[in-house]
Ligand binder design. Structure first.
Ligand SMILES: C[S@@+](CC[C@H](N)C(=O)[O-])C[C@H]1O[C@@H](n2cnc3c(N)ncnc32)[C@H](O)[C@@H]1O
Length: 213
């Protein structure tokens, strides 16, 4: 890093002091690779989307952002299966992001990523991908399968929800996918002190960085 980026410094401090301290690494790697394109699986309320675009835009003039979520197609059943949260509407998030970042290109894709990501095609590979949508092993496995087609050697993929508990990880989180990655990929579990409560258990939750070896 040739100079200290003030936006990055503020984000690093803010997250270091919060219960979501793992997210500070999202910003560290955005500064490191200066992505021109970002894809987020699981936009939710657009908070992290907004922070990632803002930082990436300070390093590049404009950003292509792709955001995938169920948006208003979420159901109570899906929230339970995916151990998920209730997102804002696609319209609301699009308005917020496009007004905040008029220079960047914002594309939001609504629906279940099992089908939307499979259909998704781009001319250029994506520089930075954050996988944080459905939390079931089945969905994360499919998301990773579809993400593999979108990356090249320079791309970085960050998985959320690497849980320290093997029993919980049989059903939820990215651990099973990360622990069984093909040799072609390299994974690094990023430092974290974030605790999540699942089924009355307190579990360590980390981000994982994945790249083509
Ligand atoms: C944990 S939240 C994402 C948080 C967001 N990345 C952030 O950092 O603020 C998970 C999101 O994934 C979405 N989601 C869950 N299952 C999904 C699926 N199968 N397809 C698409 N989106 C899904 C939910 O609607 C929810 O908004």
């Amino acid at each position: 890093m040739r100079y200290i980026n003030l936006k990055f410094l503020l984000l690093w401090l803010k997250y270091s002091l919060s219960k979501y301290s793992r997210y500070r690494y999202l910003f560290k790697f955005i500064v490191a690779i200066k992505p021109k394109s970002i894809l987020e699986i699981g936009v939710y309320k657009g908070k992290r989307s907004s922070e990632m675009i803002d930082l990436a835009q300070s390093l590049n003039k404009k950003i292509q952002f792709y955001g995938f979520d169920l948006f208003e197609k979420i159901t109570k059943k899906k929230i339970k299966i995916e151990f998920s949260k209730n997102p804002s509407s696609k319209k609301e998030i699009f308005k917020m992001l496009s007004q905040s970042f008029p220079k960047s290109k914002i594309k939001l894709i609504g629906g279940n990523t099992i089908t939307t990501l499979k259909r998704f095609k781009t001319k250029k590979k994506i520089d930075f991908i954050f996988i944080d949508g459905g939390h079931s092993v089945k969905t994360i496995k499919k998301d990773w399968q579809n993400v593999k087609k979108l990356i090249n050697k320079k791309s970085i993929v960050i998985f959320d929800d690497y849980y320290s508990d093997d029993k919980i990880s049989r059903k939820f989180g990215s651990k099973r996918i990360i622990d069984n990655l093909e040799k072609k990929y390299v994974a690094k579990i990023l430092p974290s002190s974030d605790i999540v409560s699942i089924k009355n258990k307190e579990i360590l939750n980390s981000l994982v960085l994945v790249k083509i070896r």
